[in-house]
Structures are given as structure tokens and as C-alpha cells.
Design a protein around this ligand. Structure first.
Ligand SMILES: O=P(O)(O)OC[C@H]1O[C@H](OP(=O)(O)OP(=O)(O)O)[C@H](O)[C@@H]1O
Ligand SMILES: NC(=O)CC[C@H](N)C(=O)O
Ligand SMILES: [Mg+2]
Length: 523
């Protein structure tokens, strides 16, 4: 079988060996950079939005899962894990660090026996970056087992946890995702699928799940469809993944999105049973930030090309906020498609004012501010020869804490730019997120309680403009935002949260247990 990842592979090796060697080559440069960064700022807690994957009914299930996770690495750089099932036993391997750091030897992949596997790359939202929180999480149930990989964040997990602990449940992690296992274990239903579905009835918040059970590979998406989950097919073997880029790497076909509130049960013979466990909605309300930042540009999310959507954001931005400048440059990587759209619409030349190191990942999803700052400084360097004496308009997808924009503006000025302007391809982010993007507090967000002029001054640019909310919806071809039934989960701009926020409300009333565990998180 020749698939995109191993066109240059060694034909004398088996599939697992080729997958391991591909991951090893790809990981070496990244690892070198991580070591360098660690020497500079101390040991980082590697962190990043999670990616999930699952496959059933094929040999090499674990190797395919590791490749899928590698394609989803942009969603979580903190930790990675794979669980497999061989018909009798579950096997798991979970590590802190990148997929390529830990799944690049055939021995590790080979120990994950069976024709079904799931995997997870982690960007932590609840629970520190320690091994006990690394997914897939596994639990023994009555007469069977279950392994689970969760993308998203639950908004009532602390409340449920406190209640379960009072009733004698023993938690093994501080991750919100363990709630699925605890509630599933307590259900009186006979089948694992029914037990799991019963757990969903008590859970609030965002989840896209891949779950491994002896009854099959299960996929589930929360009733709103906040986080993405797709179904694919590899020569009759069902695949579940966060994004289509994970199908491309293994040569699998896209079948369809999993619907909000839907559970699919995939069997080893390729059959797929679908259950709509929450009322069917006309459309999902996916998190708008997936399209703006999280998803890979070559992915297709809810039927739309992420690259094309981001280009349209740039075109719309050009219409709303033109700029008198000599050149347009992206803040790479996520600013690139919008900058292309902005350049094409305005006619200003598209140039690279910043050169991006290929050995450093995403910085926003790093867990600590000092790592984020060092990351931006080492990831981007100015293209002095191009920008000296020029008026530059920089395009980025978003400003969250302002770490990137502040550093980059300073960098371009030092490199001799005559003017530095900034255009942002989404509105100001003024509300925290509780669904899987780690911005749970108002205080961290640059745009909270600041005017555009105050932000401009703080960032240190000559002018600053953001895309309007209407412009965002129009660029995504959704017309004007329908306030009664918005097409997206867009609370970061509007404050309109699509689920209850039980834990947040309890915290505001000071009615919440804040110390989840008495075991030090370093253990
Ligand atoms: O205002 P901030 O808190 O800095 O966050 C916003 C920045 O972070 C993201 O980039 P990141 O480096 O994470 O990823 P990218 O390489 O995909 O652009 C995003 O694209 C913005 O550049
Ligand atoms: N970003 C995510 O999807 C995180 C998943 C889960 N809440 C965790 O912290 O591990
Ligand atoms: Mg960026």
C-alpha cells in the first residue's frame, strides 16, 4: 500500500516500521528546538486544543493512529497517547511531549496490539500537564474495559466530580475527561454504549470523543457540535478524527461529519450504527475559533475549506479596513491565508516581512506566558532587507493575550520599518472560553476593557483594525448573524454561550471546591 506519508519509505520495512521511521525523521528538528527553548527558559510544561483519532478493522491500527495524531499535532503539543484493543486486552502508551518524540520506534507501536485503536494529542484545559492526565484514559468496568479520548472541555465537571467524590468515587486524574469514565462505570445499563450514552445526559459542555470498547469504536459529539469530529474510511475500515488532515496522511476518504448529539458505533467489519441521542439540530454550532485559528488550513471543517474561509476573511478585512502601505505581510502561520486574501483584494504586494522558524510550534497554546514570549521571539525573525524604510501592514488571524502582536511590532520597528500597521481577521476577543481554548479568565484577554486606540498604543503600531462580527459571518457565507440561531459558537466575541456554565456560576458564588486533588500535580 502506498499512502501519502510513506511515498519515500523503505519497501523492505513493514507498515509499522515505516510509520515509526517517518515520525522519527519528522520529529528530530522539532525536538532540537524544544531542547534549545528548554535551556533558555527552564523546563516548559509542554501544552496545546486536543486532537482525537480512532480506527477499527485493520491491521496496523496503532501505527495508523500515530500517523493521524501526527497530522493533528497542531491541536495539542503537550502530550500524546494511543490505546488499542486486541479482542482480549487493552494496551496503552501515553507520554508527555510530541507524537514524533514518543511514537517513532516500531517497538512502542508494535506493543499496541489489535485491529482497533484510538489516540489523543493534548492541549490541557483542566488538570496539569502530568502523566496521570494524559489521554486516552482507561478504566475497568463491570466485566469489560473502556478507553476514551476527549477533545473539548466540560462546564459542569467540577460540580459532578465533587458530588461523585462525596459518594465514594476514586478519581485517578484531575482531568475533566475522567467524568465520562466515572459516570459510565456507575450506569446500570448492560451495554457499554448504553452506559456511555447515559453519562452524556448528565454532562454539559463541549466534547468530541473517540472511545474504544469491546463493542466497537465509538464516536460522539456534544449536542451543540462545538468541537469537530468526522467519519472517514480506509478501504472499508471506519476512521474517526478531529480534522480531515488526519485522513489525508493515511490515504483515507472523508465520509461525513458526525452530527451534533450523534453517537456512532463502528464495528470491525466496517458497519456503522448511528444513534441520535440528543434532538437533531438543523445545523451544528461549531466553535468559530476552529475556523479562525485551530484547524489546519488544508482541512475541510463542516464542509468548508479552512484555507478558502481564511482567505475570504482577508478579503473582507481589506474592504472594511484598507491601509495605505507598501506591502502586506502575514504573521505566520495562521495569518497567511488572510494576508493572501487582503493582498489580492487591495492590490498591495504580498511579501514576507517575517521569516518563521520551522522548528517551533504554536505559541498561543503553550501553557506559560514566559514560554509563549520566548516562543514568539525565537519563532519569528524580521526580513530586514525587505522592510527597511517601508510601510508594512501586518495581518494576523487573532489577538488573544497580545503576546504575538506586541513582540512582532517591536521586532519590525527595530528592523527599520517606516510604519507598522496591523489588521486582524476577527473581532476583538472579549469573553473567556470554557470549551477547549484555554482562556478561562477575562484578565488575560488584551481587548477586555480597552478601546482600539488603547490596544494600538499598547501593541505599538501606527494603526490597528479588527474585522467586524458581521464581516466574519459574511466571509463564512452565513449572511448576517442570526441572534436567535447563530451559525457558530461565537461567545468569545459576543458572550453568547451555547451551554450552561454550571462550574463558572458556582465559582462566582464561591460554592465550588477548588482543590480537586490532594496529590501534588508533579506526582
Ligand atoms: O495574542 P496572542 O495571545 O499572542 O495569541 C494570538 C496569536 O497566537 C496564535 O499564533 P500561534 O503562534 O499560536 O500559532 P500559528 O503559528 O498557527 O499562527 C494566533 O495565530 C495569533 O498569532
Ligand atoms: N483542549 C482539549 O480538548 C482538552 C481536553 C481535556 N479537557 C483535557 O484537559 O485534557
Ligand atoms: Mg499566529
Amino acid at each position: 500500500m502506498t499512502i501519502p506519508f510513506d511515498e519515500t519509505g523503505d519497501a523492505s520495512q513493514n507498515f509499522t516500521e515505516r510509520a515509526a521511521s517517518f515520525l522519527k525523521k519528522d520529529g528530530a528538528a522539532f525536538k532540537a528546538h524544544r531542547d534549545e527553548l528548554e535551556a533558555l527558559v527552564g523546563k516548559p510544561k509542554l501544552v496545546e486544543e486536543c486532537g482525537v483519532f480512532g480506527v477499527i478493522g485493520t491491521s496496523d491500527a496503532a501505527a495508523l493512529t500515530a500517523l493521524g495524531l501526527h497530522a493533528l499535532q497542531h491541536r495539542g503539543q503537550e502530550a500524546a497517547g494511543v490505546a488499542s484493543y486486541d479482542g482480549k486486552h487493552f494496551h496503552t502508551e501515553r507520554f508527555l511531549g510530541l507524537v514524533s518524540d514518543n511514537f517513532s520506534d516500531a517497538g512502542t507501536l508494535g506493543s499496541l496490539a489489535g485491529d482497533a485503536a484510538i489516540g489523543h494529542t493534548r492541549y490541557s484545559t483542566q488538570g496539569d500537564t502530568v502523566l496521570r492526565n494524559v489521554q486516552p484514559l482507561y478504566a475497568d468496568l463491570d466485566q469489560t474495559g473502556i478507553a476514551i479520548a476527549h477533545n473539548g472541555n466540560l462546564t459542569n465537571s467540577k460540580t459532578l466530580r465533587a458530588d461523585l467524590v462525596r459518594r465514594g468515587c476514586i478519581f485517578q486524574s484531575t482531568s475533566d475527561s475522567e467524568i465520562f469514565l466515572q459516570l459510565t462505570a456507575r450506569s446500570q445499563y448492560l451495554s457499554v454504549v448504553d452506559k456511555l450514552i447515559e453519562s452524556f445526559k448528565q454532562i454539559e459542555g463541549a466534547y468530541a470523543l473517540t472511545v474504544l470498547t469491546p463493542e466497537g469504536l465509538i464516536g460522539a459529539r456534544d449536542p451543540v457540535g462545538i468541537r469537530p469530529l468526522i467519519l472517514g474510511d480506509l478501504k472499508g475500515a471506519p476512521i474517526l478524527a478531529s480534522e480531515t488532515c488526519a485522513l489525508d496522511i493515511i490515504g483515507a476518504k472523508f465520509v461525513r461529519d458526525i452530527n451534533p448529539g450523534e453517537v456512532v458505533i463502528c464495528k470491525a467489519d466496517g458497519t456503522i450504527e448511528s444513534r441520535q441521542v440528543f434532538p437533531k439540530k438543523d445545523h451544528a454550532r461549531p466553535c468559530i475559533f476552529e475556523l479562525i485559528y485551530f484547524a489546519k488550513p488544508n482541512s475541510v471543517v463542516d464542509g468548508q475549506s479552512v484555507y478558502e474561509l481564511r482567505k475570504r476573511l482577508g478579503e473582507r478585512l481589506a474592504k472594511e479596513a484598507p491601509c495605505d502601505a507598501d506591502l502586506v505581510s502575514p504573521i505566520p502561520d495562521s495569518g497567511v491565508p488572510a494576508a493572501i486574501g487582503y493582498s489580492q483584494k487591495t492590490g498591495l504586494p504580498y511579501e514576507m516581512a517575517l521569516i518563521r522558524s520551522h522548528h517551533i510550534g504554536r505559541t498561543f497554546i503553550e501553557p506559560e506566558q514566559k514560554i509563549r514570549e520566548a516562543g514568539v521571539a525565537r519563532k519569528h525573525s524580521p526580513n530586514r532587507a525587505l522592510i527597511e524604510g517601508k510601510r508594512v501592514v501586518l495581518i494576523d488571524d487573532s489577538i488573544v493575550r497580545g503576546t504575538t502582536s506586541r513582540k512582532i511590532a517591536e521586532m519590525l520597528r527595530h528592523a527599520g520599518a517606516k510604519e507598522v500597521h496591523m489588521r486582524i481577521a476577527c473581532p476583538p476577543i472579549i469573553h473567556p472560553d470554557f470549551y477547549g481554548i484555554n482562556t478561562p479568565s477575562h484578565d488575560e484577554l488584551l481587548a477586555v476593557d480597552r478601546t482600539i486606540e488603547e490596544m494600538r498604543d499598547l501593541i505599538g503600531v501606527d494603526s490597528l483594525a479588527f474585522l467586524s462580527l458581521d464581516g466574519l459571518y459574511k466571509a463564512f457565507r452565513k449572511g448576517k448573524r442570526d441572534d436567535d440561531a447563530p451559525a457558530f459558537t461565537d461567545h468569545c466575541f459576543t458572550g453568547d454561550y451555547p451551554t450552561k456554565l454550571t462550574d463558572r456560576d458556582a465559582e462566582q458564588r464561591n460554592a465550588m471546591v477548588t482543590q480537586l486533588s490532594f496529590l501534588a500535580e508533579t506526582s
